[in-house]
Design a protein around this ligand. Structure first.
Ligand code: ADP
Ligand code: MG
Length: 403
């Protein structure tokens, strides 16, 4: 049961020997080469759900998207991910269905053995997916007798495979969806205080709604990364060649002003590592009012790091989304790394980390088990914190209230 929403999970009902459409977010293909995989957490988190359903004799049909797909494209195939599933589920046979709409595939579905896991090709090969096309939803739903949603990180999208099958099939939540909603839900509804949000990343325009929303709940919001540059610029600092968003300056001013009226402290960097952009320059530390004209602020500086460590240490709940520097380059990952380390050391606090690039930044780092919850949701996590719910969750609620 997901108590927060009163949604039944797959262990609240007895589902046996059924054909089940399992919505997953296995969008972990490296889009640069079309074959290698990024961090496998999104897949690994769903294996428990698959295993649980398989052990009850159910036949699974898994559906996922791969992002940045325009029509059928071998560089966007689900196959490399299916191979990974196969390596994890040795006792089953994993088969990719090239086109589930092809009438010749009908036999594959009707003959599916319960040791076979069918994986539909990248569902975004079909333009109907993003359009939530009703006829497409009907065909997709007709493959199965039950629908299970275990795709928190896709649940902010009103796409066919996310919100559609709930109209036709008894629908339940999987285990990873439950874990995500419970951890994040507690933070929104009833966080232990002081509550600190750390928001980094490249663009404030993608995170203004989040910052505005959390302002009323958080004691402190720490802003870092390129998005902090927009705020620093708004405060009148000369940011040299740093990335910032000119059209967000007024928004940044408003946010700073609003925070003063709601007892929320916004912390901006007071020193940065700045370097000549697009070069091998590893940069130097500068106070925020001394950034040289020909450089770009690419990481937070040591005094800012120290301040953030202190804030983390004195918080009871810390939620972090967005790298605070150009972490992809060794010279500018110190700020991001030190936030991660400070969070792993905050053992009496609830710590939550999420975001696509944020997870890349902490990939392969030690002590991940010391973080209370690592969310696979990027956009979904932000939307969930802002709105308190997601379309995929609402679709489950609607389906269960009818049944
Ligand atoms: P997430 O996916 O975790 O939400 P974002 O997509 O918002 O994070 O932002 C991540 C990107 O922001 C990374 O590619 C990182 O290099 C970039 N970034 C962060 N700080 C800076 C900076 N000071 N200058 C340039 N890029 C930055
Ligand atoms: Mg990102």
């Amino acid at each position: 049961m997901i108590e927060l929403f009163n949604i039944k999970t797959i262990d609240d009902v007895d589902i046996q020997n059924k054909r089940i459409l399992v919505k997953v977010d296995w969008n972990i293909l490296n889009l640069h080469d079309g074959t290698s995989l990024l961090d496998t957490r999104k897949v690994d988190d769903t294996l428990h759900t698959l295993q649980f359903l398989l052990e009850k004799g159910n036949r699974l049909i898994c559906v996922s998207h791969i992002s940045k797909t325009k029509g059928r494209d071998p560089m966007r195939s689900i196959k490399p991910v299916a191979n990974y599933i196969q390596s994890k589920m040795g006792q089953y046979v994993v088969k990719v269905i090239d086109d589930f709409l092809d009438p010749q595939q009908a036999q594959t579905f009707s003959n599916q053995h319960n040791n076979e896991i069918l994986v539909l090709e990248n569902i975004r090969y079909y333009p109907e997916e993003k359009k939530n096309d009703p006829e497409f939803v009907r065909k997709l739903s007709s493959l199965a007798e039950v629908y299970v949603n275990d795709a928190f990180s896709a649940d902010h999208r009103e796409h066919a495979s996310v919100v559609g099958p709930t109209q036709y099939l008894p629908s339940y939540a999987g285990f990873s969806l439950k874990a995500e909603v419970e951890s994040l839900g507690k933070c929104i509804k009833n966080p232990d205080k002081p509550l600190t949000f750390i928001v980094g990343g490249s663009k404030i325009s993608t995170k203004t709604d989040l910052v505005r929303k959390v302002m009323s709940k958080a004691d402190t919001i720490v802003l870092g990364g390129a998005l902090a540059n927009t705020f620093l610029h708004a405060q009148g600092h000369a940011m040299g060649k740093s990335l910032y968003e000119q059209d967000q300056i007024e928004t940044a001013k408003e946010i700073l002003n609003d925070a003063q009226h709601q007892s929320c402290t916004i912390i901006l960097p007071f020193d940065v590592v700045a370097a000549a952009p697009d070069s091998d320059d590893v940069g130097d530390v500068y106070q925020i009012d001394r950034i040289p004209e020909n450089t770009s602020a690419l990481d937070i500086g040591p005094e800012t790091i120290k301040k953030i460590q202190d804030i983390i240490q004195s918080s009871r709940t810390i939620v972090w989304n967005g790298p605070v520097g150009f972490f992809e380059k060794e010279a500018f990952k110190k700020g991001t790394d030190s936030i991660y380390e400070a969070m792993t050391q905050a053992q009496s606090a609830t710590t939550i980390i999420g975001g696509g690039d944020t997870l890349t930044a902490i990939k392969n780092k030690q002590n991940q088990d010391k973080i209370s919850h690592i969310s696979t949701g990027g956009g979904a996590m932000l939307t969930f914190i802002e709105k308190g719910t997601l379309p995929g969750i609402e679709a489950l609620i609607a389906a269960q209230s009818h049944s």
